[in-house]
Design a protein around this ligand. Structure first.
Ligand SMILES: *[C@@H]1O[C@H](CO)[C@@H](O)[C@H](O)[C@H]1NC(C)=O
Ligand SMILES: *[C@@H]1O[C@H](CO)[C@@H](O)[C@H](O)[C@H]1NC(C)=O
Ligand SMILES: *[C@@H]1O[C@H](CO)[C@@H](O)[C@H](O)[C@H]1NC(C)=O
Ligand SMILES: *[C@@H]1O[C@H](CO)[C@@H](O)[C@H](O)[C@H]1NC(C)=O
Ligand SMILES: *[C@@H]1O[C@H](CO)[C@@H](O)[C@H](O)[C@H]1NC(C)=O
Ligand SMILES: *[C@@H]1O[C@H](CO)[C@@H](O)[C@H](O)[C@H]1NC(C)=O
Length: 418
């Protein structure tokens, strides 16, 4: 206070000195502070600041303005030509502001001293106030806005404390009629199926919760909300999902909302039921095309929110689950087919291999003449050169069952060929 008074004096001195050479009357110009400054609570969480010009102030040919400085609960500074202003702010911890006159005289700005006013904090110990207030708005199909709030009783509130909730939007104030109760039957939440909140405007929503108890004063609690910032967005509508070759196509419509289509952002949840892979994709459009694994079945869900440039709300719930891709039955049939195929070809390979081994075996160990061979082989070396050019004849008998007489039979044929 002292410092600012000094400042005013210095400014006045400086003004006087700098102005004097041109205008002799300037030395006599004085700036007086406003009078009858009052603070009035005009609605829930709303204060009217009002003052009058100082009757001693000579206003001829001078521009008079007022500088207002709010000290608490939320510091703010502004100047105005009017002699009143209205502020919307939580008032449970009191309110304090000061105001002074600004005089523009011959291009010089002069300031008066400050006059200050305070509103005291609302009665009751701070611990009796509710805590953890949370509120959510929701745009209904009928176009009205519903409101739901919940809170916890103050840690210092007596057992018999009953809380009451009021909301104010512009000049409409309404008390709650649908309270939710905690296990001690105390009010701990409130729902308004319809409110006067205008979803197209960005006015503050005031929540005021006071209370009563036989044994103590319950301190009131107030909080301001931007209704759009606490809006629980609706779920995207008419979701259609289809498969086109190996792509998944999804389209949907924006949720019930007054916001433009461009205001929405979506999260697309894709779950591969075969591999267990989860993906959440952020999307700005309401059309989507994605390459997928066609042998898998997928489950899909979408949710919506406003983009940050359209005032972000709270994410909508996830949409109903939609399944796409081959179902489990088709999958098992395919599986059985695959197993059959593989086992058949394996058997084939095995048989072929056995036959081949046998051939090699018989090449490595030419058949031993058996007692049944009446004549010894005359050209044992020629056996190979004669057997080789005729693989087809061998193939005809590819799959003889393995047995002790196999070599013998080969031997017989060779001998016959020879
Ligand atoms: C200030 O308030 C007093 C008392 O209420 C009143 O007599 C006086 O006229 C007011 N002054 C102005 C300039 O309104
Ligand atoms: C106020 O301005 C008018 C012209 O705008 C002038 O005639 C008059 O002398 C001025 N009065 C003072 C006190 O400066
Ligand atoms: C209430 O709020 C406080 C501080 O914000 C937090 O630490 C606490 O966990 C909250 N209690 C509940 C039950 O949510
Ligand atoms: C609320 O304000 C509107 C204009 O802002 C006005 O038309 C209406 O009459 C007011 N209602 C009440 C109850 O003051
Ligand atoms: C709570 O606040 C409302 C609105 O200001 C008021 O009408 C009511 O009397 C208050 N109740 C208590 C118990 O203080
Ligand atoms: C969603 O689809 C239904 C029928 O297919 C249609 O009647 C309705 O208008 C669609 N919703 C929107 C928001 O277009």
């Amino acid at each position: 206070m002292k410092a600012s008074r000094m400042q005013v004096c210095l400014i006045l001195l400086w003004t006087t000195h700098s102005v004097q050479p041109n205008t002799p009357q300037a030395a006599r110009v004085q700036v007086f502070p406003p009078v009858n400054f009052t603070l009035t609570v005009s609605a829930l969480a709303q204060v009217l600041l009002h003052w009058e010009p100082n009757p001693a102030q000579d206003q001829k040919n001078d521009t008079i303005r007022y500088e207002v400085k709010i000290l608490s609960p939320v510091p703010e500074e502004y100047d105005t030509r009017k002699t009143h202003s209205v502020r919307t702010v939580a008032l449970h911890d009191g309110f304090s502001a000061h105001v002074r006159t600004l005089l523009l005289h011959n291009d010089l700005q002069m300031r008066s001293e400050w006059v200050q006013e305070n509103l005291p904090p609302l009665p009751g110990a701070p611990e009796t106030s509710i805590t953890n207030l949370s509120c959510v708005t929701h745009l209904t199909i009928s176009g009205t806005v519903s409101l739901h709030c919940s809170w916890l009783p103050g840690p210092g509130a007596p057992q018999d404390t009953e809380y009451f909730l009021f909301y104010r939007y512009k000049n409409h104030t309404e008390e709650c009629h649908r309270y939710a109760k905690d296990k001690w039957d105390r009010n701990s939440g409130c729902s308004f199926p319809g409110t006067h909140i205008d979803p197209q405007e960005a006015d503050d929503l005031v929540i005021h919760i006071n209370g009563s108890s036989k044994s103590a004063a319950i301190k009131t609690f107030q909080q301001l909300f931007n209704p759009n910032a606490i809006e629980k967005v609706n779920v995207p509508r008419n979701i259609t999902v289809s498969l086109e070759e190996n792509h998944l196509l999804a389209t949907w419509e924006k949720p019930i909302s007054l916001f433009h289509e461009e205001c929405f952002e979506y999260e697309f949840y894709l779950f591969n039921l075969k591999s267990g892979n989860k993906q959440i994709l952020k999307l700005s459009s309401n059309k989507f095309r994605l390459r997928i694994d066609v042998t898998s079945r997928y489950s899909i869900q979408i949710r919506a929110n406003h983009h940050t440039w359209c005032m972000r709300g709270l994410w909508s719930d996830w949409s109903e689950v939609i399944y796409v891709g081959q179902n489990k039955l088709e999958n098992s049939v395919a599986w059985i087919l695959a197993v059959l195929c593989v086992s058949t070809s394996c058997t084939f390979l095995l048989v072929a291999l056995i036959c081949k081994i046998n051939r090699v075996w018989s090449k490595l160990f030419p058949p031993i003449p058996t007692p049944s061979n009446k004549f010894p082989d005359p050209f044992p070396v020629d056996y190979e050169s004669q057997a080789a050019p005729a693989p087809s004849s061998h193939l005809t008998g590819v799959c003889f069952p393995e047995g002790p007489d196999l070599h013998q039979r080969h031997g017989d044929r060779v001998q016959q060929l020879g």
